[in-house]
Design a protein. Sequence first.
Length: 98
Amino acid sequence: MYKELPDRMYMVFRHLNSEVEYIRADLHQAEVDALHAECDRLTAMMEPTSSCGWKQDQDGNWWTSCGKGFTFVDGGPVENGFKFCPYCGGEIWMGQEE
Ligand SMILES: [Zn+2]
């Protein structure tokens, strides 16, 4: 079918084809980049957590995601300078109510 096209037309077609391949390659690279980013994100989530979520109940007790309870005389982890859970060693983060 290409043979029936004038030479000039054939050249244009070839050019367009290569452009399409170029764009396709770009798109593919974007997809690869996106997949890499997603993999990194998921890997970060899957890695053994070195963090421990602390939640305060209505009585002022703190409950850790590693299954322990803790009561401060005054304030909470932040006010008392707690950075790491004394039970599991994970970095303390204040979990939101779920
Ligand atoms: Zn813990």
